[in-house]
Design a binder for this molecule. Structure first.
Ligand code: ATP
Length: 295
């Protein structure tokens, strides 16, 4: 019975995901009516990623001509570096990622991955190279194992085991009575926000993308959950180039570099200690979040 039940659950999950995707597609069509479509060049080559280095070179962008959102932004992310983007709400963090995925073309400057302008390569190859850890992973009714292997359904048990290790889920899974066969989702175990996010990390790294983007959750996690995610991020970013859109500054403390955006401009950069010492934008954002956390 379980053998029939699981695929039906899985189909239900795919259906819900597709429904979500169609809702987004409807929004996309509305969007495409307003902005020029991003198209592949005829005979555009595939992106060829060897190291996973990223460069924003004088990038500017505006959704509408009268209101610039990103202005003359330049920075580099070396292969296997972890760089966090921080800034007040509306500073342009998510827009940067939309540009990296080429949902829009820059209005000035260029974005390079391993020296290749992302406008010159196929969008499919670009998006294959970037794995996204979303804010809120959706789990389907099935085992933890199946939920993780959903990231790459041809992955072997050994590969799933490695993804679990890198995502710091081993300890959590070991304490479950049925281990990774434990059922989760609506009809099974409810995972906490932090556990779900680590499942999302495991799923994404199973695809082995050279570049990882963490769209970090806004919801506040308890400090134990946050520490587990931080350890998982540390482990994973040693192997991938990682960009983190950080809404919660406590998760950027370990980043190699933090870029501080203000109204689409890069106003500060450095590691956590350097930026605190500058007593500027970052130090103010940090203090504001500490105050909110202790209130
Ligand atoms: P948050 O932390 O609140 O998510 P953010 O730093 O990610 O903010 P963005 O989402 O990049 O900010 O938005 C930057 C600016 O661009 C905002 O003023 C926003 O209103 C505007 N914006 C975002 N998306 C669109 C869009 N599709 N069309 C027009 N303006 C947009």
């Amino acid at each position: 019975m379980m053998q029939i039940f699981m695929p039906l659950n899985f189909l239900g999950f795919i259906y819900r995901e597709m429904k979500g995707a169609f809702a987004s597609i409807e929004k996309m069509f509305a969007l495409l009516a307003q902005v020029p479509a991003v198209r592949d060049d005829v005979q555009a080559p595939e992106l060829c990623v060897s190291e996973g280095g990223i460069e924003f070179d004088g990038v500017s962008f505006a959704y509408s001509a009268e209101r610039p959102i990103i202005e003359q932004l330049s920075f580099r992310v070396a292969p296997r570096q972890r760089v966090a983007i921080v800034g007040a709400s509306g500073a342009g963090k998510s827009t940067l990622f939309k540009l990296l995925f080429r949902f829009y073309d820059c209005t000035g400057g260029r974005i390079l991955i391993d020296g290749q302008d992302i406008r010159r390569v196929t969008q499919a190859s670009l998006r294959r190279a970037i794995g996204v850890v979303p804010q809120d992973a959706v789990l389907f009714n099935g085992s933890i194992f199946d939920n993780i292997r959903y990231g790459c359904i041809t992955a072997t048990e050994a590969e799933v085991r490695e993804a679990i290790r890198l995502s710091h889920l081993e300890e959590f899974i070991a304490q479950l009575p049925k281990g990774w066969d434990t059922q989760v989702g609506e009809r099974g175990l409810k995972l906490s926000g932090g556990e779900k996010q680590r499942v999302a990390i495991a799923r994404t790294i199973l695809k082995r993308p050279p570049i990882l983007v963490f769209d970090e959750a806004t919801s506040s996690l308890d400090s134990h959950a946050e520490q587990s995610i931080l350890r998982a991020m540390d482990e994973v970013s040693a192997r991938h180039t990682a960009l983190v859109i950080a809404h919660r500054l406590s998760t950027v403390v370990n980043a190699d570099r933090i870029l501080v955006l203000d109204q689409g401009r890069l106003v500060e950069q450095g590691n956590h200690a350097e930026l605190l010492a500058q007593k500027g934008h970052y130090a103010r954002l940090w203090r504001a979040q500490q105050d909110t956390a202790t209130r």
